[in-house]
Design a protein around this ligand. Structure first.
Ligand SMILES: [Zn+2]
Length: 345
């Protein structure tokens, strides 16, 4: 699609509409590309044109990155087995990263149901789906000193915080329908705990010497309650303690809120704990900003209590005038209320 209008001249709606069109075209192009890769692969044109593999053809002749080529070839070969994937990709119902995660777990029997569940899912949600399809056992807790990687990095003990005494995980090897070139490992960019099985996650962390000492102290102190001394059990308890501490400070949430009569000092900037508690619960611990088209933000990171009518402009501390906001929407509203120049100060 070409347009003579520069993007700066478009209205907000037209810019978003045009973007939506481009995304849709991108899905169609991707599905087209997969079908071409499949056809070229079937005819083995890569061999005829002097390449050792389809992967090499894509990378050295068509200058795709290794990861792009790997994902596309893998998806094309998976779609050959399950042609419904060509349509799903064209409609934007599944991304190639999702296909990459799922391909080893699709069978003629389960693929319709699994792909229906994978529709419009994020990579993280697809990882959860994979953990249900192919549960892996808990990995054992380990504590070991890491090798010194370089002079600038101090070696620290490494802790894998999962239950002790569990069997070693079996590595799930993707069942590739064709030779290896497509199985280029895709790095996990996120430090999120990895789903192993329903309700079970693997977390791997590196500790400082101080934290390692604290862990040991806790293992010693709690030995009667936790005879296994399992670091995973300590981490689980520590998380609970830290979370209630943070929630108490942030949102005024306690087991026993004081039954004191609420007096609100509107002169003070600080929002009373009882109000924070009420707003936190009402907004369900998520950003409550609603966009022009009715889409609610729902971000859970970095939440702040924001005054709808700004406190600095006489807005009151009241549940009706308070809402949870993520950093982006806090800044967006402050910008709207005070102007960008104020924020830059
Ligand atoms: Zn938000």
């Amino acid at each position: 699609m070409t347009t003579n209008l520069s993007l700066d001249e478009l209205t907000n709606q037209a810019l978003l509409d045009q973007f939506g069109d481009l995304v849709q075209q991108d899905h169609h192009h991707t599905a087209d590309l997969l079908q071409h890769i499949d056809a070229i692969d079937q005819r083995q044109l890569w061999a005829q044109r002097g390449h050792p593999s389809m992967f090499d053809l894509c990378v050295s002749r068509y200058h795709m990155s290794e990861s792009t080529a790997g994902k596309r070839i893998g998806a094309a070969r998976t779609a050959r087995r399950f042609p419904i994937l060509f349509e799903m990709v064209a409609r934007g119902e599944i991304h190639l990263s999702g296909v990459h995660r799922l391909k080893a777990h699709l069978t003629p029997e389960n693929h319709e149901q699994v792909l229906a569940q994978a529709k419009h899912k994020t990579i993280r949600e697809i990882d959860e789906l994979v953990a249900r399809l192919a549960p892996r056992p808990d990995v054992p807790s380990t504590l070991r000193k890491l090798p010194q990687p370089s002079q600038s990095l101090r070696a620290a003990p490494q802790l894998t915080a999962v239950p002790l005494g569990a069997p070693q995980p079996t590595t799930v090897q993707p069942v590739a329908p064709a030779p290896a070139p497509s199985s280029v490992p895709v790095p996990r960019p996120s430090p999120e705990p990895e789903p192993l099985a329903p309700g079970r996650y693997k977390l791997q962390v590196t500790l400082s010497a101080d934290a390692r000492g604290q862990l040991k102290q806790l293992q010693d102190l709690l030995v009667h309650q936790l005879p296994s001394r399992d670091p995973a059990a300590i981490v689980e308890r520590a998380l609970g303690v830290l979370l209630s501490q943070v929630l108490r400070k942030k949102a005024g949430i306690t087991d026993k809120p004081r039954a004191r009569k609420l007096t609100i000092n509107h002169e003070k900037r600080a929002t009373p704990a009882a109000l924070r508690r009420e707003v936190w619960r009402r907004d369900e611990a998520r950003c409550a900003f609603v966009g022009e088209d009715g889409h609610r933000c729902n971000e859970t990171r970095g939440l702040e209590f924001a005054h709808l009518e700004p406190w600095g402009k006489g807005g009151k501390h009241s549940a009706g005038n308070l809402a949870l906001r993520c950093p982006a929407h806090n800044a967006f509203e402050a910008d709207r209320d005070y102007g960008a120049s104020h924020m830059a100060d």
